[in-house]
Write a protein that binds this ligand. Structure first.
Ligand code: ATP
Ligand code: ATP
Ligand code: MG
Ligand code: MG
Lengths: 255, 255
């Protein structure tokens, strides 16, 4: 099973960049890959060059009308199959509390509709809010990736996540497999190496050996509504996400 | 009156970096400057090297117990007077709806306690969530700064803000003075200049002439719980926030 949630309550650390490019990397090795956009800012949706006119055609449709996930899937030119978002998705966090049934809604739907098998992996992009949607992603996932950009404010956010996860695991009654991924790593800055050291000391074996370098191709591709593989397949950013996928497959984090 | 809210619903664009260093720049020209931290991640609080043990000593105290703001103020080694945050501050968005009285709570308290005069300016740091807390900041402010980091995903977020502000102004029945501030500007990247052009075309005269350069001193200073003025007062980042303050004073955005 491979349902990968990408979450960090710190903003701008590379959640969306990681979710969309990891999904694209999976598609490139022949998997039918699903990207679920749980951020009302719908940035994974826009990078994948798809859009919807209302919340009914997003995860909100699952919550409000029990719409099947399969009916929400759009094909994207990036080869990712996208369950898109829309600004109305913010209603999920506004209207629903964090009760057991609510936070398991996505989990139940993914299982009932048989998503997330080895040939149909799922990658879920979250907003930085620890709300109903992000909890749904964490409760539904087989593994959680926590991107940490190579700066100090982002590291403080990651340490906070550990506490949040600890509390959630009391409820889940199981450990959530996780990987901390250093992103935006600029090897010319001493700060980047300081952060790497801190993160490795703190999170040990859960830190990905692959680091995503600061690479402008990763920041440019959204302007063209493309993944890095469509925009700059030979760039450092593309290679780094390929390496990340290899690492996650090799140690079974992704099946 | 000078009550400056710093908001952008995109994560990681430099809200906290701008709020804390602008507040520090104001302190350095002799103003008694108040920094209000409305982000449950309490990053302005930690950069200012203060902390509190519970939500009662934060803005949550105002909402739950009508605590006077003056009783919440802590002195910081950075010379900013801080109304700190704490993870419990997330209860404000969880417990309160967005009714008229709730979103005006901070506004009323600032006015009743005479904050925000020319000699007692206030800078408010927001989380990226458009919730009760951020609405309180927008309803209370005399001016709104929207940092936009010089990349494309951040620009998409800023355009979304314009719509959000438009909707809020219907309720406020007045225009919120605003400035768009380009941050993390790396002049060696063509993308930075592309973003600058897009932002200027879109927001015209509301774009600050000052841009904050990508400068590692701004990213390092939080690790030492310092503003850039305490850590690297001769750095490019320190000079840029000085220039920003000069510009905002010259055109009356800050009194
Ligand atoms: N490795 C990288 N190199 C260069 N730029 C990057 C890299 N990773 C991300 N970026 C850029 O940094 C900005 C923030 O990244 P991104 O939007 O993916 O973060 P996020 O965690 O999803 O943010 P949010 O919390 O707002 O959802 C974007 O402009 C993105 O293009
Ligand atoms: N001009 C700059 N040069 C270099 N680094 C910067 C600059 N501005 C901000 N940063 C760094 O970028 C990261 C994001 O900035 P910051 O935390 O201020 O953004 P934010 O909008 O407050 O994020 P959030 O949405 O999580 O509250 C931080 O590590 C910060 O130190
Ligand atoms: Mg994102
Ligand atoms: Mg912040």
């Amino acid at each position: 099973m491979s349902i990968i949630a990408v979450f960090n309550q710190k903003g701008g650390v590379g959640k969306t960049t990681t979710a969309v490019n990891l999904a694209a990397a999976l598609s490139r090795i022949g998997r039918t890959t699903y990207g679920i956009d749980l951020d009302p800012q719908a940035q994974l949706t826009s990078i994948a060059n798809v859009s919807v006119k209302s919340g009914a055609d997003t995860i909100l449709g699952l919550f409000q009308q029990n719409r099947p996930l399969k009916g929400l899937v759009l094909d994207s030119p990036s080869n990712i199959k996208v369950i898109p978002s829309h600004t109305e998705v913010s209603k999920v966090d506004a209207l629903y509390g964090k009760g057991f049934n609510v936070v398991n809604k996505l989990n139940n739907a993914l299982q009932a509709e048989r998503f997330g098998g080895k040939d149909t992996p799922v990658v879920i992009d979250c907003s930085p809010l620890v709300g109903v949607l992000s909890l749904n992603a964490i409760f539904a996932c087989t593994g959680l990736i926590v991107p940490i950009s190579a700066d100090h404010l982002s590291t403080k956010g990651a340490i906070q996540i550990e506490k949040t996860l600890g509390a959630l695991e009391q409820v889940l009654k199981r450990r959530v497999p996780r990987r901390y991924l250093i992103t935006r790593f600029d090897g010319r800055r001493r700060m980047a190496w300081d952060v790497l050291k801190l993160v490795e000391e703190h999170f040990g074996a859960d830190v990905c050996k692959t680091r995503i370098a600061e690479n402008v191709s990763l920041a440019e591709s959204p302007a063209l509504n493309k993944t890095v593989y469509e925009h700059a397949p030979d760039s450092r950013g593309a290679h780094d996400y390929d390496d990340l996928l290899k690492e996650l497959l090799a140690d079974g984090f992704i099946e």
